[in-house]
Write a protein that binds this ligand. Structure first.
Ligand code: UT7
Length: 326
C-alpha cells in the first residue's frame, strides 16, 4: 500500500538563549519555580529571524538530509501559530526562500498539534497519488505573540522550527495518523486577531492580541488525552505498548508526561524529551525532538515511534511511524 515515509529531517533554532534566570529579571518568577513546575531551563528566542526564516532553514536541512532538490517538492505545508503575516501563507514565503517553485503552499493552524495535522494532510495527499514529495514544517516565532509581562505564559514558550520531507513509498512509513479537536475548550489558549473594525463597527484600539492561557485546564486535558490517544493508536494498529520503541510527545511540561506515563503504566523513559533546552516550541516541538533523536543515532529502520500532541483548539493528534530512512 502506498504511504508516506520520512525521507529527510532537519531543524533550526535561533542562537539567542533566554535562561530562567533572565526571565526572573522580567517577571516575578525563579529558576526553581520554572524548572520544578515544567522541566524547562532554557529556550531560544529570535532577534531578527521571522517564522519563515526559521522554517526555511529547517527545510533546507531536511532537503539536504533527504538528498533531494527543492524543485522535486510538490507541496509545502507550514504548521504555525505565529505566521509572518495574515496573508500570504508562511509556506509561500518559505517556497520563495528555498527555491521550491514547483510546489503548492499553505499553512495549517492547529497550534501545538499543527505538525501532526500537517502530517495527516501530507500523508493523505501521498496516499491519493497526487504528490510524491511534501515538506511538512512546524515553525514558530512565538516570542512575538507572548505577553512578556505575564509570568503564567512567558516562561513556557520558545522559538524554533523542524521539518520533514515526506516521500512516497510502498514500504514502511506512516502507519496511522489520528487527529481531533474539542472546540468547547477553544478559549483555553487564545491569541486574538484584529477586532471587527469597519464603517459600521468602529473600535478605539485595533491591535493584534497576545497569547493567554488557562494552564490548569490545559494541563488536565493533556494528562487525559495522551493516554487516550496512545491506547487508541495501539488498538488501531493492533500492537502492544511494549512494542513501541519511543513515544515522541509535544514538549510542554515534564509533569504532564510523568502523569501520562503513570496512567499508561509505562516507563517515563519511553517518552523522548528535550523540553529542558527549548521550552514549548508549539508546532515545532515534535519535529525538533525527532531531528535530535535522528542526529543522536537513536532511530533505526523498523523501529516503531508514536507521536502524540495536544494544544490550542483544543486540538489533539497521534501518529504511528515505522522508521524507514536511508
Ligand atoms: O502546548 C500546550 C500549551 N500549554 C500547556 O501545555 C500548559 C499546561 N499547563 C501547565 O504546564 C501548568 O499548568 C503551568 C506550568 C502553566 C502552571 O503550573 P501549575 O502547577 O498549574 O501552577 P498554577 O497555575 O496552579 O499556579 C500555582 C502558583 C500560583 O500562585 P498562587 O495563586 O498559588 O499564589 C501562580 O500565580 O504559581 C504561580 N505562578 C508562578 N510563580 C512563579 C504561575 N506562574 C508562575 C511563574 N513563576 N512563572
Amino acid at each position: 500500500m502506498i504511504k508516506g515515509r520520512i525521507a529527510g529531517i532537519g531543524s533550526y533554532v535561533p542562537e539567542n538563549v533566554l535562561t530562567n534566570e533572565d526571565l526572573s529579571k522580567l517577571v516575578d518568577t525563579s529558576d526553581e519555580w520554572i524548572y520544578t513546575r515544567t522541566g524547562i531551563s532554557n529556550r531560544r528566542i529570535t532577534k531578527e529571524e521571522n517564522t519563515s526564516d526559521l522554517a526555511a532553514k529547517a527545510a533546507e536541512k531536511a532537503l539536504e538530509n533527504a538528498k533531494i532538490s527543492p524543485l522535486e517538492i510538490d507541496l509545502i505545508i507550514v504548521a504555525t501559530t505565529s505566521p509572518d503575516a495574515l496573508t500570504p501563507a508562511t509556506a509561500a514565503i518559505v517556497q520563495n526562500k528555498i527555491g521550491a517553485k514547483n510546489s503548492a503552499c499553505f499553512d495549517v493552524l492547529a497550534a501545538c498539534t499543527g505538525f501532526i495535522y500537517g502530517l495527516k494532510i501530507a500523508n493523505s495527499f501521498i496516499k491519493s497519488g497526487d504528490y510524491n514529495n511534501i515538506l511538512v514544517i512546524g515553525a514558530e516565532a512565538l516570542s512575538k505573540i507572548i505577553d512578556w509581562k505575564d509570568r503564567n505564559t512567558c516562561v513556557l514558550f520558545g522559538d524554533g522550527a523542524g521539518a520533514i520531507v515526506l516521500s512516497k513509498t510502498s514500504g514502511d512509513g506512516i502507519s496511522s495518523v489520528d487527529i481531533g479537536t474539542d472546540g468547547e475548550k477553544n478559549e483555553y489558549i487564545l491569541c486574538k486577531s484584529h477586532p471587527i473594525n469597519n464603517p459600521i463597527n468602529k473600535v478605539e484600539k485595533d491591535i493584534l492580541g497576545k497569547m493567554s492561557m488557562n494552564g490548569k485546564e490545559v494541563f488536565k486535558f493533556a494528562v487525559n488525552i495522551i493516554p487516550r490517544l496512545i491506547n487508541k493508536l495501539l488498538e488501531d494498529n493492533n500492537i502492544k505498548i511494549q512494542e513501541l520503541d519511543y513515544i515522541v510527545p509535544h514538549q510542554a511540561n515534564n509533569r504532564i508526561i510523568e502523569l501520562a506515563a503513570k496512567k499508561l503504566d509505562v516507563d517515563v523513559d519511553k517518552f523522548y524529551m528535550n523540553l529542558e533546552k527549548y521550552g514549548n516550541t508549539s508546532s515545532a516541538s515534535i519535529p525538533l525532538a525527532l531531528d535530535e533523536m535522528n542526529k543522536k543515532g537513536l532511530l533505526k529502520n523498523g523501529q516503531k515511534l508514536a507521536l502524540v500532541g495536544f494544544g490550542g483548539g483544543l486540538t489533539y493528534g497521534s501518529s504511528l511511524i515505522i522508521w524507514n530512512k536511508n
